[in-house]
Write a protein that binds this ligand. Structure first.
Ligand SMILES: Nc1ncnc2c1ncn2[C@@H]1O[C@H](COP(=O)(O)OP(=O)(O)OP(=O)(O)O)[C@@H](O)[C@H]1O
Length: 506
């Protein structure tokens, strides 16, 4: 029988009324890549946080390499050879890669043998696992894909034999994801054990040896990947058939709602982030912006949503120039009042206030609406009822309007933002990465809602790094590379290959 790297037995964990892990038993063979999948809020991150010492289980036991252990904090976990790569990286931006890796590595090579030895060790790890990271690069200047590899290096440098990755590909381009999977295969070949939490069933099928499926805190399946299909996994996860195809009728677009003319943005170092963009979005139309992340899409959304002012060019909304709008309120608030909704790419920083409750987050950005005011400040009952209806429509879990948003799982936080913006019934909806970190059942629902909005005659501008999503939802596709538009075509004529070439700037 295969040797077990990890044995979790009867793990149980509650957060107040929420039963996050229910009697979870899970064994992972040494030298394997093990997938953990499940709907948003199924308890995946909680289970991994218990393994990494962030949380203590209420009951249950853990054994590592056959030995019973107690993991009280992440130091214990690291000492046992467990490393974790989080969704939000924990790196110091203005330090070099080498400095970041040495930082906090107690009893590390700095003390024993100085920088040179640390550098030599790093370079060996870099080579063994084809990480291709420059030790002298400043971390803040690296793209997300490379920053993630720095996190992997950091874990390996601390002697990790077991590596936990929490939705690592959510922020990666397809090419970066491929590179990551090659690294994971190299880790496996060296006898390391990898745990991969993901919502992408294709990845599970491609790289894992075995999969655990969780639902509502419990394990509902433990299977060898070779024995199952994507459809079987989807069924197990959601407990019903999921339609992964978006149903969409062809429909004629109406009048232009958003017109962007010669729009440019130059940063304070003189770098052109957006270079003379021209495009429009009509009523009843979804325009998808495809591109490798970091090619100006985020800046474009920020300018359109009024968070950054354009350096040159004009933005017309229903014929009115909104590019330099001024008023008593900040520009994003003015634009919201005019009917422009915005689902920001980074929900944590720009979409929510984590320490506020669900119902308070349900009105963020719309909190000046007189209909929501009561005798005191706000009409609390109205706010709670409003959140109740979001919860019901978007199946937000746990179904508690009073809970702090920070206590929801990532995918459920995303649903809070989407529910709020769609509820405002915008004439133009700007959506960035609407399904990042969202489970397949919820993706199906969000895609349906966006198409419904389009069918009601609304204009939608979609930015997504998921080409499948761009192709499934868009009527027209605009491709960006290096801050420029490199192509535009009806979605019916776009293929992953043609888009891929344009995304590369060809
Ligand atoms: N610190 C906390 N306080 C209260 N409740 C929490 C806390 N952390 C998690 N929960 C709850 O525990 C449940 C499991 O959440 P968890 O983050 O483990 O889910 P997940 O499967 O990782 O979801 P996702 O795919 O959306 O990331 C959820 O209902 C969540 O709201």
């Amino acid at each position: 029988m295969a040797e077990m790297a990890i044995e979790l037995r009867g793990i149980d964990k509650r957060f107040g009324a929420v039963h996050a892990n229910r009697d979870v038993t899970l064994t992972i063979a040494k030298g394997s890549i093990h997938g953990i999948i499940g709907e948003n809020g199924a308890g995946k991150s909680t289970l991994m946080s218990i393994l990494y010492g962030y949380y203590q289980a209420d009951s249950g036991s853990i054994a590592i390499n056959g030995k019973p252990v107690r993991i009280r904090n992440s130091h214990d976990a690291i000492a046992l050879g467990i490393g974790m790569v989080h969704q939000h990286f924990m790196l110091v931006d203005n330090f070099t890669v080498l400095e970041n890796i040495i930082l906090g590595a107690e009893g590390g090579f700095v003390l024993k043998g100085g920088m040179d030895q640390a550098r030599a060790h790093l370079s060996k790890l870099n080579q063994d696992y084809s990480l291709d990271v420059n030790p002298d690069a400043i971390v803040g200047e690296l793209g997300v894909g490379l920053q993630q590899r720095v996190e992997i290096l950091k874990a390996l440098y601390r002697g990790a034999d077991i590596l936990i990755l929490d939705e690592p590909t959510a922020v990666l381009t397809p090419q970066e994801a491929d590179h990551l999977f090659r690294i994971l295969q190299a880790l496996k070949a060296q006898g390391k054990t990898v745990i991969l939490i993901t919502h992408k069933l294709r990845e599970v099928m491609d790289v894992t040896d075995a999969v655990t499926v969780m639902r509502a805190g419990a394990v509902v399946g433990n299977v060898q990947t070779a024995d199952v299909s994507k459809e079987i996994l989807a069924d197990l996860m959601v407990g019903r058939k999921v339609n992964m195809q978006v149903e969409k009728q062809v429909r004629a677009a109406g009048a232009p709602v958003l017109q962007v003319r010669d729009l440019s943005l130059v940063d304070n170092r003189g770098v052109k982030l957006l270079d003379k963009l021209n495009f429009e979005v009509r009523a009843g139309e979804v325009v998808g912006i495809a591109g490798v992340s970091g090619n100006g899409q985020s800046e474009l959304m920020e300018v359109l949503a009024g968070m950054t002012e354009a350096s040159e060019g004009v933005i017309l909304y229903k014929g009115q120039d909104i590019s330099r709008l001024k008023g008593k309120l900040p520009r994003p608030a003015l634009l919201r009042q005019m009917g422009i909704g915005h689902v920001p790419e980074d929900r944590s920083r720009e979409g929510l206030i984590k320490s506020f409750s669900n119902f308070e987050n349900g009105i963020l950005g719309y909190h000046r609406d007189p209909a929501l005011q009561g005798k005191g400040l706000y009409h609390r009952v109205k706010l709670v009822e409003r959140m109740q209806s979001f919860i019901q429509q978007f199946d937000i879990r746990p179904a508690d309007p009073l809970l702090r948003v920070g206590q929801l799982s990532g995918g459920n936080q995303q649903k809070v933002v989407l529910a709020r913006e769609i509820h405002s019934n915008p004439d133009l909806l700007l959506v960035g990465q609407p399904t990042r970190g969202v489970d397949i059942g919820a993706i199906e629902f969000i895609h349906k809602r966006l198409i419904q909005l389009r069918d009601e005659g609304k204009a939608i501008l979609l930015v997504s790094v998921e080409l499948d999503e761009i192709l499934a939802l868009s009527d027209r596709v605009v491709v960006m590379a290096g801050g420029k538009i490199t192509g535009e075509m009806p979605a019916s004529e776009a293929t992953p290959t043609s888009l891929g070439l344009l995304m590369g700037g060809h």
